[in-house]
Design a protein around this ligand. Structure first.
Ligand SMILES: [Zn+2]
Length: 305
């Protein structure tokens, strides 16, 4: 059993008008998910920056509508996850779907909009995507600024509402500001910069601080984040896991695949059904109890409550 903290299926469904049931253009569609060991799948609301500012919030609402209309409502055995208990109570034949937000730009500088998204079921909030917004700068923003005063209010609201603050994509300064303030920090899809120099990855100090703050870290299947070569395979994912474990992240680690969020694929990990052979690879390398933690338990245990 696997829990996966990040995919962009909603974004692709919204952008290309794809059907969740069986679209072959989705890595995470119903057919692939149902034949995979993924128990809880997070679905990110990601509004691309090219959407005009005034249309971003309604685009986010549209993706939430797709989440309910195409993922939750049609299937009795897919349950929405809004609490720790929801995960604990999933039955053998059931799967869980959780809403997350990738980047706070759709809320502008309006805390009421964030409250609305939380009321609609968002359980983890990424403060930025790669660019700057009213909350913080993203990792590709040359200025590299940290949390704004509005950003501090956002994190305080997430603390109060017991929602994960997702640090993936943040500027370096933003990471340190946010991890200082957040009661429930996580990095939903980031790898180790020691093994792949992409700046979206985490350095040793960041990883140590995430561990210290009892955060959750999702290893991600984006080739550029896995090595500095032209292509990557599942073996690179195993290298990152080895590194994180050596850093002491046994109780923090999990997966945030980023399926449907990238156009380049990792050999051996093309869609959620590939988690089956991958799981066997994990069992070849690590004892059962460690694999169990990484694959599912850490995610459940760290869920804010
Ligand atoms: Zn992302």
């Amino acid at each position: 059993m696997i829990n996966d903290a990040h995919c962009d299926a909603l974004y692709k469904m919204w952008k290309y008008d794809l059907s969740f049931e069986s679209s072959e253009h989705l890595q995470v569609n119903y057919q692939n998910w149902i034949k995979s060991p993924v128990k809880v799948q997070c679905f990110a609301i990601f509004v691309p920056p090219e959407v005009p500012e005034e249309a971003q919030f309604s685009a986010a609402l549209k993706m939430i509508d797709l989440f309910y209309e195409q993922i939750i409502n049609p299937y009795h055995h897919i349950k929405q996850i809004t609490s720790y208990r929801d995960m604990e109570e999933l039955k053998e034949h059931e799967k869980g779907a959780m809403l997350t937000l990738e980047g706070c730009h759709p809320i502008g500088s309006d805390l009421e909009k964030l409250k609305t998204l939380l009321r609609l079921g968002v359980k983890a909030v990424g403060l930025t995507w790669n660019q700057a917004n009213a909350v913080c700068d993203g990792i590709e923003e040359p200025r590299g600024a940290g949390l704004s005063s509005f950003g501090r209010k956002v994190v305080q609201l997430l603390n109060k509402e017991k929602i994960w603050t997702d640090l993936s994509h943040l500027s370096y300064q933003g990471f340190w500001d946010a991890i200082d303030l957040a009661e429930f920090p996580m990095a939903s899809h980031s790898n180790a910069i020691a093994l792949a120099s992409h700046r979206r990855n985490l350095d040793k100090r960041q990883i140590q601080q995430l561990i210290k703050k009892n955060a959750w870290i999702g290893v991600t299947f984006v080739p550029d984040f896995l090595n500095d070569k032209m292509e990557a395979s599942y073996l690179d994912v195993l290298h990152h896991i080895t590194y994180f474990l050596e850093e002491g992240a046994e109780d923090c680690l999990g997966f945030g695949s980023d399926f449907d969020g990238t156009t380049e694929f990792v050999r051996g990990l093309y869609d959620p059904s590939d988690y089956y052979p991958f799981y066997q690879q994990l069992l070849h390398r690590w004892p059962n109890h460690i694999v169990w933690k990484i694959a599912s338990q850490n995610f459940i245990k760290k869920f804010p409550r």
